[in-house]
Design a protein around this ligand. Structure first.
Ligand code: PMP
Length: 435
């Protein structure tokens, strides 16, 4: 049954048809919604999103993470308007970028120096290059199921379809040269024994271990991140935290503050650009200074640049976002709303006798239909995908904007009423499952 929200006008349908004609798969590449859920969003206010027909949704995707203050937050809009009226780009040092650099380096334990870029994809790509240059070694270790973007050293073993069998990664995109994929190894997240064995056997070749400290939607087991810190230190391997999602979300100092482990380098994106294209690599001075342009031409110089790196409009949006987060100490609110949604979902499944795990914290939740505790990618893979499609799809039809099925993002501006609307829509999803 289609609810009012998904009865699309002829002009709305025409937009969807244009997308199908112009764009591969009718999408911008991130994800596609099933035909009955496809909409074209037009504007947002706080946690509410409106499609081109003016239908209202509670947004539990939030741009896939950047919109921790919701859509069109007045402080962010004001900062962007002011900067856009002054200048859109300089291709040079500017005040908003400096202010953002100061905020990040003062908040994040590992961040002695910072270099901006435009996407998380670029940030992880550059971080790996910095680590290779720093250690003089070529290989990197990533974790099965971790997402670090889609460049040639990242689009590997993100969604393997078999059980873990070896450190050789699964190549998940055509067009990746063997020369790149041969330099990447993988290990199962949260598995100290297997990871230690791979590192012990390969430390002479390993430049970096790159990890999402909270991988996708599930936390590190106690001791896992300290183990990574100890073993990488022992062998002179750089430890890279991909904090593109967790940065400024889990705590002011990100996952490294939340879990008390300080990496050598960290990658940021999403929240630090306040919904505009901006990302960064930050870390130890000794490693970051390899990209100092005065070293150009000397051995060890790392080439790292971009036309819009440190763009002043995006930086102004980032500064406004971070100041709002810190000034109003919104973390308590985010954790509280997330806990409310999580426990509401858990009791809903328990009452209905539906076997499901609700994993996550800090504004990132995911529902997986499995009886396995979620500690790594294979636990996620054990989930029943068709149940997830029914559950998330029904919730969407009941007024939520969601990745189907994906993470549920909760922001500082979801009100108690938004959480109630969310739980009601998810309850419809559970009802669809129990029929
Ligand atoms: N790392 C992580 C952990 C991410 O979640 C993402 C994006 N979802 C990226 C890197 C890539 O960031 P971007 O999409 O900005 O290139």
């Amino acid at each position: 049954m289609l609810l009012e929200t998904h009865k699309r006008s002829d002009s709305h349908k025409a937009l969807l048809n244009r997308a199908a004609k112009l764009l591969p798969g009718g999408t911008l590449g991130m994800f596609g919604l099933p035909a009955e859920l496809a909409i074209v969003p037009a504007y947002g206010r706080g946690a509410k999103l409106y499609d081109v027909d003016g239908n209202e949704y509670v947004d539990y995707l939030l741009g896939s993470g950047p919109l921790i203050l919701g859509h069109a937050h007045p402080a962010v809009v004001e900062a962007v308007q002011q900067q856009a009226a002054k200048a859109s780009t300089f291709y040079y040092v500017n005040e908003p970028a400096l202010e953002l650099a100061e905020l990040i380096t003062s908040a994040v334990p590992c961040a002695e120096k910072i270099r901006f870029c435009s996407s998380g994809n670029e940030a992880t790509f550059f971080a790996l290059r910095l680590a290779r240059a720093h250690t003089g070694r070529e290989k990197v270790l990533k974790f099965e199921g971790a997402f670090h973007g889609v460049h040639d050293y990242a689009a590997l073993s993100v969604w393997p379809t078999a059980d873990y069998s070896s450190p050789d990664p699964k190549v998940e995109s055509a067009g990746i040269p063997k020369g790149a994929s041969d330099t990447v190894m993988m290990a199962p997240f949260n598995d100290v024994e297997t990871t230690a064995a791979i590192i012990e056997a390969n430390h002479g070749d390993l430049s970096a271990v790159i990890v999402e400290p909270f991988q996708r939607s599930y936390p590190p087991r106690p001791g896992f991140l300290p183990f990574l810190r100890d073993i990488t230190t022992k062998y002179g391997i750089d430890l890279i935290f991909d904090e593109v999602v967790t940065g400024f979300r889990f705590a002011w100092g990100g996952a490294q503050e939340r879990y008390g482990v300080v990496p050598d380098l960290a990658c940021f994106g999403k929240i630090i650009g306040g919904g505009y294209p901006l990302a960064a690599v930050a870390g130890r001075d000794e490693i970051m200074s390899q990209c100092d342009n005065s070293r150009k031409g000397s051995p060890g110089y790392v080439y790292m640049t971009g036309t819009l790196s440190g763009n002043p409009v995006a930086a102004a949006a980032g500064v406004a976002t971070l100041k709002e987060l810190r000034g109003k100490n919104l973390y308590a609110r985010i954790h509280q709303s997330t806990a409310r949604m999580k426990s509401g979902l858990q009791s809903m499944f328990a009452d209905a006798g539906v076997v499901a795990q609700v994993t996550g914290e800090g504004g990132v939740l995911q529902v997986v239909f499995t009886d396995r505790e979620i500690v790594n990618y294979q636990d996620i893979r054990s989930g029943d995908v068709s149940k997830a499609l029914t559950f998330y799809g029904t919730a969407s039809l009941n007024g939520l904007f969601l990745g189907v099925p994906d993470k549920i993002y909760i922001s500082a501006v979801h009100t108690d009423e938004d959480i109630e609307i969310g739980l009601r829509a998810f309850r419809a999803g559970v009802e669809a499952l129990v029929g």
